[in-house]
Structures are given as C-alpha cells and as structure tokens.
Ligand binder design. Structure first.
Ligand code: ADP
Length: 272
C-alpha cells in the first residue's frame, strides 16, 4: 500500500494520561478513528472529555500515553515538519502590531518561503476568506468573526493537506457562527484539505461534517459515529430540512447515552 492509499489520519487505540501519582487525569481511553482524504470530521462531547487532547495528539502538540497515530503514513512529528497541518484555535492569536496581511504572511516568513511569494499568497488567502479589503487593517480594527477568518487564512497559507480546528467559532455569537459555518463550507470546497474539527455545538457539527464522532465523558472514547448524509453543497436552507433535524437528534442522543453524566447538558440549548 502506498502512502497515498488509505486514511489520511489513523488513530489506533490512543490513550492519554496527564500527570503522575495522585495527580493523574485519564483524558483519553483507547480512541480509534480513521479519517479518509477530504473528509470533514467533527468531534463533539462534553467539556473535558479529551477533544482538544485528541486534536493536539494528531497535530504533534501532545504525546500519547499509548496507541499509535499515523498521518499520511508518517508520524505526526514528521507530518508537522512536512507542514501538513494548518491549525486554528478558539482564539485567533493574531499579532496586534502587524497588519492583517502581515499576520497571514507570518508562517511563510517564519518558514523561510521565498519573499516574492508572500504577498500574492497572502492576498489569495485573504480573498478566499473574503477579507481582501482589510489587508491593511490591524486586528483590533476587526470584529471577532473577522479575526477568526484571518486565522483561517493564515492556517491555509501553506496549502496544508490537513486542517485542525479546535472550537474555532466557540467564542462567537450564534449568528456569526452560522455565517462562518457557511463560509467555511465555501472555503473547504476550494481547498483539498481534510478537516478535523472540534465543537460543542450539535447543529454546527451536523451542518459541516461528513461524520460526527460523539465522545463520552472523561476518559474520552468515541461512543457513537453519525454519518451525515446531507447533500452538498450545504446552504442556509439545509438547516431547515427534516433530515438535518433527524441527524441533530441522533447526535444529541449519542451525547446522552451515558445517563450517569449530564453529558449534553451544556450542549442542548446550542441553537438547534
Ligand atoms: P476538552 O477539549 O474535551 O474540553 P481537554 O482535551 O482539553 O478536553 O482535556 C481533557 C482532560 O485532560 C481535562 O480534564 C483537562 O483538565 C486535562 N488536561 C488537558 N491538558 C492537560 C495538561 N497539559 N496537563 C494536565 N491535564 C490536562
């Protein structure tokens, strides 16, 4: 089998224990998951169930305590060196003293890409996220949603094959979030990226994904996989279809499967 066959990301029996002695936290318990090329996978689960930890393990930001992860047939470390990842966090982490364009150029600068390419590449990414008119602005002049679009443009500037997104819209109001969901679909259609997306919003997960992985409370494991068979392209009216509501219900039921914990309690009012 060549490295281009099979899953882009393969997580096999991954566990994670933080700390030692009496100070241990069992964050993940034998999580297995294969992500195929061009899939859009969402991970949803109660706070503290290990979603971020899983994403960070895939992105080579945290080590595992057991199990294996391969990314395009390589270790996550090698994948990071090969610039296979673009990462977007909940807070956009922009440099206030750099313009929007200079923020998007930053990875190219740091990694030593030819200077002549910086401008055109940044312009292309800003146009992808609809912010070309704001290239000369500073981050503090933009709304929260616009700042997050800058962070997405920056994550895509290397044309990564994998986009890791850790609750990128979690801090935004519901209307902005829905708009950015639509924009993210448009952006994703124009890239060939495979996406691993973390959220605690059920409708967001259903709207965006090819499959939704529902995690149990800590130590997190994947409790249910819901395949999202909504046709693409998905647009605003998709959210009003009967199938959308059926799938939202399936994900919600998955979150409530463990009656010992109010798993979905903080998720239930999330806009569905
Ligand atoms: P989620 O993203 O689902 O909210 P996290 O992956 O952030 O959950 O965290 C899972 C558990 O692991 C939590 O109990 C958290 O406190 C713990 N944890 C996460 N990172 C660390 C760390 N660096 N050191 C110790 N504990 C951690």
């Amino acid at each position: 089998m060549g490295v281009n066959d099979g899953p882009v990301i393969s997580v096999q029996g991954v566990s994670k224990i933080f700390g030692s002695g009496s100070q241990t936290t069992h964050a993940l318990h034998e999580v297995s998951l294969d992500i195929q090329p061009r899939e859009f996978i969402s991970i949803i689960g109660p706070s503290g169930c290990g979603k971020s930890t899983l994403l960070r393990i895939v992105g080579d930001l945290v080590d595992t305590s057991g199990g294996t992860v391969t990314v395009k047939g390589k270790t996550p470390h090698q994948a990071r060196l090969d610039r296979d990842y673009g990462i977007v966090f909940q807070t956009p982490v922009l440099y206030e003293w750099r313009t929007v364009r200079r923020n998007v150029e930053l990875p190219l600068e740091v990694m030593g890409a030819p200077r002549a390419e910086w401008g055109s590449r940044a312009e292309a990414m800003l146009s992808l996220v609809g912010l070309q008119a704001f290239a000369g602005h500073y981050p503090w002049q933009l709304s929260g949603g616009m700042q997050q679009r800058v962070a997405i443009a920056r994550a895509l500037v290397f044309n990564p094959s994998i986009l890791l997104m850790d609750e990128p819209f979690g801090a935004l109001d519901e209307m902005t979030r829905e708009r950015l969901n639509l924009e993210l679909m448009t952006i994703w259609n124009q890239t060939s990226a495979t996406v691993l997306f973390i959220t605690h919003s059920i409708p967001e997960a259903v709207f965006l994904s090819s499959r939704v992985m529902v995690m149990s409370p800590r130590p997190g494991c994947i409790e249910r996989v819901v395949t999202i068979d909504l046709p693409r392209p998905r647009t605003a009216p998709t959210r009003a279809t009967p199938r959308f509501f059926e799938l939202v219900t399936q994900v919600r039921e998955g979150l409530h499967e463990d009656p010992a914990v109010g798993a979905g309690r903080d998720l239930i009012g999330d806009g569905a």
